[in-house]
Design a binder for this molecule. Structure first.
Ligand code: NAD
Length: 259
């Protein structure tokens, strides 16, 4: 049984991980950590609660954190001190803060991902094959998210674009965000990016590769936060018992790929 400590447990992702864990016989949430002000939230998962990770964390436990920058840094420091593994999903860290999290992986296993969907990890693996096989096809990326999303395009769409840019030997200025006006024929050395906003879409990413008389669509749709929660649990199972090091979801899915 893998002992999981949830940081940010009262939040939207923390609750989604707790729900997914309650249906998984291989993991047990042994403690929930959140800021004191959110303790007692009626929607929060049951069990042992604390506002202080160090008071509930044991060696060999796996921390799953979706708690924002501060909680992420506290978790990295505490896990490195205690020899507990860390599955970390908070976004919005500065490069210097990311470096602190990376450093903690010198002392303990750390799995860090900006998108914990296993489907997106598989899409990236499939995209690598398609980009190598179709080096002169046009690439357009379309992403759809709910109307409340503040940033466009999404971080995941940019990560997919970076993968395509690198494969083509291009850099960020080659990304064209939407098109308007008499632009003439499409140059080969550009990648189109289109951010659609509206309704309640959780996350929809589509990479289109267009050839002369055919085209290919690689598309992933996240229906709810359960997609990220299941990826985080798969990550916890992958990390349990591993040596110190920095891991990604690519490592998690590699073992599952039929060669
Ligand atoms: P949320 O605001 O609903 O929940 C965050 C929770 O963390 C809150 O309950 C808050 O009280 C708690 N918290 C804040 N600081 C803390 C600290 N120092 N110690 C302990 N708890 C603390 O947010 P959310 O939607 O659950 O997202 C949380 C983070 O995860 C964000 O950074 C978000 O961007 C990220 N996220 C990542 C993925 C992914 O796949 N990697 C998916 C969804 C969200």
């Amino acid at each position: 049984m893998i002992r999981v400590v949830l940081v940010g447990a009262a939040g939207r992702m923390g609750r989604a991980v707790a729900t997914a864990a309650s249906a998984d016989p291989e993991v047990e949430v042994v403690a929930c950590v959140d800021r004191a002000t959110t303790l007692g939230n009626p929607d929060a998962p049951g069990g042992v609660w604390s506002s202080d990770l160090s008071s509930v964390l044991g060696a060999g436990d796996v921390v799953i954190e979706f708690s924002g920058r501060e909680g992420c840094l506290e978790s990295a420091r505490c896990c490195a001190e205690r020899g507990a593994a860390l599955v970390s999903g908070s976004t919005g860290l500065t490069e210097a803060e990311e470096a602190v999290v990376r450093e903690s992986s010198g002392r303990t296993p750390v799995l860090r991902a900006a998108n914990f969907s296993l489907g997106i990890a598989a899409l990236r693996a499939a995209l690598r094959v398609a980009l190598a096989a179709l080096p002169d096809w046009d690439i357009e990326i379309v992403e759809r998210h709910h109307r409340r999303k503040a940033d466009s395009p999404s971080g995941t769409a940019l990560a997919l674009a970076d993968q395509a840019l690198e494969a083509r030997g291009l850099s960020r200025p080659a990304l064209v965000h939407g098109r308007h006006g008499a632009l003439g024929p499409r140059p080969a050395d550009q990648i189109g990016m289109h951010a659609v906003r509206g309704g309640g879409w959780v996350g929809d990413h589509e990479v289109l590769l267009a050839g002369e008389a055919e085209w290919l669509e690689l598309r992933h749709v996240a229906q709810d936060r359960g997609a990220f929660a299941h990826g985080a649990l798969a990550g916890a199972k992958f990390l349990a018992g591993r040596p110190a090091g920095l891991y990604t979801l690519e490592h998690v899915i590699q073992g599952r790929v039929i060669r």
